[in-house]
Design a protein around this ligand. Structure first.
Ligand code: GTP
Ligand code: MG
Length: 426
């Protein structure tokens, strides 16, 4: 008996052995980069990449995606490596999946399903789970055409998992029903969200943290807010649901920083659709901090991707500041080069706290204008007027004098002027 138990444990620990494959459409370095990213995605999904395959080809084969000969090669390669799963870059049609499975004998998953699988595992909130399940079902529905017994081949593992350990529904009729139920539930949740958003927006300005997955957005939020409970992890798509924290700026005003799902190039469209409500929060914010990993050689591509997604969700007009993070890992020369190239960007380390003070100062100025500090006299009967500004100005009492009190107030020029006007001053 004991050895049987050990086997079970090993089985649970055993990682799915995966071959990743992509077409090289003309740029070998781009393809290598895509495969590196796929490898990170596979690891995040709990699999292990045991081999890589590239085929030079301008367009995918309509029936086989790769060439038929290449697929036979993949089959031999997989046998030699004891791989069981093939993950293909891009989106496959139902018949491509079936044809590749027939020739290679492998379980076939495409990049979109891989990403959806990770989202399914990382969704924690009710809304997040529903959004992911919706994206999965909508992606899979047209791919189930004519699929009957083949579906049973999807025994488990990457590409078959639903949110919260649930198995993904594979029956077409039931999927359609489930999709409409989820959509209704999401609509209700979105109404609540809308209400909360309006309330929040009335009270404080919102700064959204956006960027490529793993850039360090959540770590930055953790540092800014001092809240140890913000979830940070060295994996892709660690954060799925918006997380908000109130943070005090140097002028004394509080704003809300909002962290949300990370982006990736060619973010599956079903996901953008399903996450629309969540992503729209970004559009409604007052300022975006585009967080980039300063150690990433391809940060320019990533910046382009982030701007592309912002455009897609209608947030291209949102004012933004570029924030290079992880500068603790950069040597001085590289950092200086970066600073020369991006004179308006900010440079921080969310781990050491380097540059955070400057970041808060710039955010303050960008949102409220440059701060001024003045001494004012407030007659006793106008104290209420003064305190009605407490969310916008930093107010400090200096002394009581005859008929009133002297205060020092710090804040934007406009707010200070308005206060003085209301107090009946100059
Ligand atoms: N050395 C160093 N590591 C950092 C820094 N900021 C974040 N990290 C690490 O980078 C990894 C990703 O950080 P997260 O904050 O989870 O990244 P994220 O942008 O929220 O990622 P997603 O939620 O997946 O979009 C973690 O391992 C962090 O510890 C930094 O300033 N310096
Ligand atoms: Mg995060």
């Amino acid at each position: 008996m004991p050895h049987e138990m050990i086997n079970l444990e090993e089985e649970a620990k055993r990682k799915e052995r995966v071959i990743i494959a992509a077409l090289d459409r003309g740029s070998a370095s781009y393809t290598a980069d895509i495969l590196d990213e796929m490898e990170r995605l596979v690891e995040t999904a709990g699999g292990e990449v045991v081999g890589r395959v590239v085929q030079r080809r301008k367009y995918p084969h309509p029936a086989y995606y790769f060439g038929k000969g290449k697929l036979r090669e993949i089959k031999r390669y997989a046998e030699a490596l004891s791989a069981e799963t093939l993950i293909v870059d891009g989106e496959l049609t139902a018949s491509q999946v079936r044809n590749i499975e027939d020739i290679t004998g492998l379980k076939v998953v495409d990049r979109t399903q891989l990403i959806l699988d990770i989202f399914a595992q990382h969704a924690t909130t009710e809304e997040g789970k529903l959004q992911v399940e919706l994206a999965q079902l909508e992606y899979n529905l047209p791919r189930l055409v004519g699929m009957g017994k083949e579906m049973s081949r999807l025994g488990g593992g990457i590409g078959t998992r639903g949110p919260g350990e649930k198995k993904l529904e594979v029956d077409k009729r039931r999927i359609r029903k489930r999709i409409s139920v989820i959509k209704r539930q999401l609509e209700d949740l979105e109404k609540d969200r809308e209400l909360r958003r309006k309330k929040r927006k009335k009270k404080s300005k919102i700064v959204s943290l956006v960027g490529y997955t793993n850039a360090g957005k959540s770590t930055l939020l953790k540092k800014l807010s001092g809240d140890e409970n913000v979830f940070v992890a060295d994996m892709l798509f660690a954060t799925l649901s918006p997380t908000m924290r109130r943070v005090s700026l140097p002028s004394g005003r509080a704003v809300i920083f909002a962290d949300t799902v990370g982006f990736i190039r060619r973010l599956p469209h079903t996901l953008i659709e399903a996450f629309k409500a969540t992503l729209e929060e970004i559009k409604e914010s007052n300022l975006a901090l585009i967080v980039l990993d300063a150690t990433d050689e391809n940060y320019k591509d990533k910046l382009r991707v982030v701007k592309g997604v912002l455009k897609e969700i209608g947030a291209e007009k949102l004012p933004f500041i570029i924030v290079f993070n992880k500068i603790d890992l950069l040597d001085k020369d590289d950092l200086d080069d970066l600073k020369r190239e991006y004179p308006d960007a900010l440079f921080v380390s969310a781990i050491t706290g380097d540059g955070i003070e400057q970041l808060l100062k710039i955010v303050d100025e960008k949102l409220f204008g440059e701060s001024v500090s003045v001494e004012i006299f407030v007659p006793y009967d106008k104290t209420g007027v003064l305190w009605s500004f407490k969310d916008r100005l930093q107010i400090k009492k200096i002394e009581s004098i005859e008929k009133g009190e002297k205060y020092r107030v710090v804040g934007s020029q406009d707010d200070v002027k308005m206060l003085i006007g209301r107090l009946g001053g100059e």
